[in-house]
Design a protein around this ligand. Structure first.
Ligand code: F6P
Length: 346
C-alpha cells in the first residue's frame, strides 16, 4: 500500500503532528508514505518525496508544515481534475490523505465523488469546519491571541486608552470569541453579529462611569461595523484581489475602528493587528494531541476503505463524517455562546 498526503491552504500549528502520526501509523502496517509538496500544486506538478521514520523525527513541536502548502485549486486549472487523478496513478498512490480546511477539503470532496480514494483531516486556526467540535491549530491561535490581549491590557490600563485587537478567523468569530473571553475583553466584535457603533460607545461610556478608564475590544477580521446606522456595514479588505478559491483578503478593521472611536469619543485609541503571528509557532499540547489523533484515525479510515470521509472530533471521541458535511457550510458562532460572552461586555 502506498499512501500520499498533502497539506493545503494556510499553514497551521499541528500540521507536522498529523504528518508524523500518518507516517508512524502507516509504517506499523508496512505501508509506504509519499509526501506531496505544496498542497494540490504538488500533485499537479508531481513534486513529492518518500517519507520514512527519519523524515518525521523532531517535527512534532514545529509550526508550519514540512511538506509546504499553497492555495492552488485544481478546479481553477484547465483539466485540473483529470491531471490530479492521472498524476496520482502515475505516482502509484493507493490513497491520498488531504489535510486542510474548507478549500482543500472542498477539492477532496469533489475528487471523492469521481471515485478518487481520498480521506480528509480538518485543519484550520479558524475552527469553522462543520461536523467537528474543533479543528487542530485553533487552540494554539487562541492561546497566542490571549497572550497578546494580556500584554495589551497593561498598556491600556497604564495609558487609559481604548485598545483594539484584531484577530483572524475569516467569516467566523471563533478566535475572537475564545481569545476575547479568555483575555477578559470588554467587547468582542464578530462577523456573526453586527454591532452598532452607538452600542460600542455605550460600553465604553458605562465603563468610564464605573471608573474604568480603559477598554479592550477584540475584533474579528471579518466583523463589520458602520459609522452611521443608515449605511450598510462593509468588510474591511486589504486589497481587491481574490485567491484561487474566491476569498477576499480581510484585514484592517481595527485601524478603521480606532480612528472612528477616537474621533467620536476623544479617548486615545490604538489598534493592533495580530495577523500571521497567531498562525505561526509551536503548537500547544492540545493541538499536538488532536493532530496526532486525527492522523492515526485517517490511516485507519484508509485501511477500512472509508473514502470521501473526514476525521472529526465529537466530544472526546474521534469519529469520521462525510467530507461533504464538513464543507457544505461554515460552522459559525452559536447564539448560546454569544450570550455567554455578552455577560462580560461591560
Ligand atoms: O484560514 C486561515 C487564515 O489565517 C484566515 O484566518 C485568514 O483570513 C487567512 O487565512 C489569511 O490568509 P493568507 O495567509 O493567505 O493571507
Amino acid at each position: 500500500m502506498r499512501i500520499g498526503m498533502l497539506t493545503g491552504g494556510g499553514d497551521c500549528p499541528g500540521l507536522n503532528a498529523v504528518i508524523r502520526a500518518i507516517v508512524r501509523r502507516s509504517l506499523m502496517y508496512g505501508w509506504e508514505c509519499i509526501g506531496i509538496e505544496n498542497g494540490w500544486k504538488g500533485i499537479m506538478d508531481m513534486y513529492a518525496h518518500k517519507l520514512d521514520i527519519d523524515s518525521v523525527s523532531g517535527i512534532l513541536q514545529k509550526g508550519g508544515t514540512i511538506l509546504g502548502t499553497s492555495r492552488t485549486n485544481p478546479y481553477k486549472i484547465e483539466n485540473g481534475e483529470n491531471i490530479v487523478i492521472q498524476n496520482a496513478k502515475t505516482m502509484g498512490l493507493d490513497a491520498l490523505i488531504a489535510i486542510g480546511g474548507e478549500d482543500t477539503l472542498g477539492v477532496a470532496n469533489k475528487l471523492a465523488k469521481t471515485g478518487f480514494p481520498v480521506v480528509g483531516v480538518p485543519k484550520t486556526i479558524d475552527n469553522d469546519l462543520n461536523g467537528t467540535d474543533y479543528t487542530f491549530g485553533f487552540d494554539t491561535a487562541v492561546n497566542t491571541a490571549m497572550d497578546a490581549i494580556d500584554r495589551i491590557h497593561t498598556t491600556a490600563e497604564s495609558h487609559h486608552r481604548a485598545m483594539i485587537i484584531e484577530v483572524m478567523g475569516r467569516h467566523a468569530g471563533w478566535i475572537a470569541m475564545h481569545s476575547g473571553i479568555a483575555g477578559g475583553a470588554d467587547l468582542i466584535l464578530i462577523p456573526e453579529r453586527e454591532i452598532k457603533l452607538a452600542e460600542l460607545i455605550k460600553v465604553m461610556e458605562d465603563r468610564e462611569k464605573r471608573g474604568r478608564s480603559f477598554s479592550i475590544i477584540v475584533v474579528a477580521e471579518g466583523a463589520k461595523i458602520s459609522e452611521s446606522d443608515q449605511k450598510d456595514a462593509e468588510f474591511v479588505l486589504q486589497d481587491q484581489k481574490l485567491d484561487a478559491f474566491g476569498h477576499v483578503r480581510l484585514g484592517g478593521i481595527a485601524n478603521m475602528l480606532a480612528e472612528i472611536i477616537e474621533r467620536k469619543t476623544g479617548v486615545e485609541t490604538r489598534a493592533t493587528i495580530l495577523g500571521h503571528i497567531q498562525r505561526g509557532g509551536s503548537p500547544t499540547a492540545y493541538d499536538r494531541v488532536l493532530g496526532s489523533r486525527f492522523g492515526v484515525h485517517a490511516v485507519e479510515m484508509v485501511k477500512d476503505g472509508k473514502f470521501g470521509r473526514m476525521a472529526a472530533l465529537r466530544g472526546t471521541e474521534i469519529i469520521d463524517i462525510p467530507i461533504e458535511d464538513a464543507v457544505k457550510e461554515l460552522k459559525l458562532v452559536t447564539d448560546d455562546f454569544y450570550e455567554v460572552a455578552k455577560t462580560f461586555f461591560r
